[in-house]
Design a protein around this ligand. Structure first.
Ligand code: BJW
Length: 249
């Protein structure tokens, strides 16, 4: 990817109402593994055995060992230029929403505040009996599987597994943003997991212009106005330069 189209820069300069959808690819340059593709987690681990409510019911220890390992992998990692670019965009627009499928917390670490987490957060634990949610950043967790201090029931990762509904508030806010925005950015998602994968199409059908940043084309590419082929961090640095947006870091 060498050149940024002029009409894209104009669109980014003049936009008022902007929404951004991110997936695992936005964190790849920080060192977080993606799910699909050659190096993806699903090449080595089975989603059915690790990321479904049935898997957790059958073997909570196995599921927790996997999440504990992922927590230890993510804990020392830092946001990259793409996270920082998205955090800087938030300050630029009166109406802005970051819709992330990521559970790693790197957008918040980069300074994003106007965001919804569609698939939860790996740094939160939820009681399977009470439904209460607590922050827990301990790595490794002292006990696997962890138990609720209050009632002794199993705690689970506060993430959304296959077949589970997304948090209704996050989903509603994401849907509204997709319907209302004039510019919809999609960064680093394979666009195969629903309902998140539907948002770019929804935005486009409500007349938003759609920009996708990804080294590979995806099912979303066909609804884009602009497709910038490349790694998120590298492309976002170019966009930041074109917009005179300081990224720090
Ligand atoms: C770079 C890069 C760089 C690399 N820069 N880019 C048939 C049709 C339609 C839907 C379904 C269906 N069968 C089942 C469903 C529903 C199902 C679904 O969508 N399945 C499909 C896989 C077929 N969806 C669900 O089950 C969802 N729930 C639901 O629908 O509920 C309905 C309901 C209502 C009422 C009651 C009950 C139910 C839930 C989905 C939950 C997804 N969970 C996971 C795990 C989260 C926790 C964890 O992390 O452990 O979420 S799965 C995984 O996939 C994770 C991700 O958020 C999600 C999306 O992946 P993402 O982010 O796109 O990553 P990758 O790896 O796929 O792609 C990375 C991309 O980055 C690639 O394109 C690379 O090219 C790119 N890249 N390097 C930029 N440097």
């Amino acid at each position: 990817m060498r050149e940024i189209p002029r009409d894209l820069i104009k669109g980014l300069r003049e936009g008022q109402n902007v929404a951004v959808l991110t997936g695992a690819g936005v964190s790849a340059e920080s060192g977080v593994p993606t799910f699909r593709g050659q190096e993806g987690l699903w090449k080595r681990y089975s989603p059915q055995e690790l990321a479904t409510p049935q898997a957790f019911a059958q073997d909570p220890k196995l599921v927790w060992e996997w999440y504990d390992w992922r927590r230890s992998l993510i804990a020392p990692l830092e946001p990259n230029a793409a996270h920082r670019f998205i955090a800087a965009l938030e300050k630029r627009y009166p109406h802005f929403l970051l819709i992330t499928q990521n559970i790693d917390g790197l957008h918040q670490k980069a300074g994003s505040t106007r965001l919804v987490e569609l698939h939860g957060n790996i740094w939160k634990l939820r009681c399977t009996e009470e439904g209460t949610v607590r922050d827990d950043k301990r790595v490794p967790l002292p006990q696997i599987p962890p138990l609720c201090d209050n009632c002794g029931a199993l705690l689970r990762p506060h993430v959304v597994w296959f077949g589970e509904p997304l948090p209704p508030d996050a989903l509603n806010r994401a849907m509204e943003a997709a319907e209302d925005c004039d510019l919809f950015l999609v960064v680093g998602t394979s666009g195969v997991v629903y309902p998140a994968a539907a948002f770019p199409q929804i935005a486009q059908s409500h007349k938003a212009k759609v920009l996708e940043i990804n080294p590979e084309e995806t099912p979303i590419t066909s609804v884009t106005t602009w497709y910038l082929k490349g790694k998120a961090g590298e492309v976002c640095q170019m966009l930041a330069r074109a917009l005179d947006l300081p990224l720090g870091g």
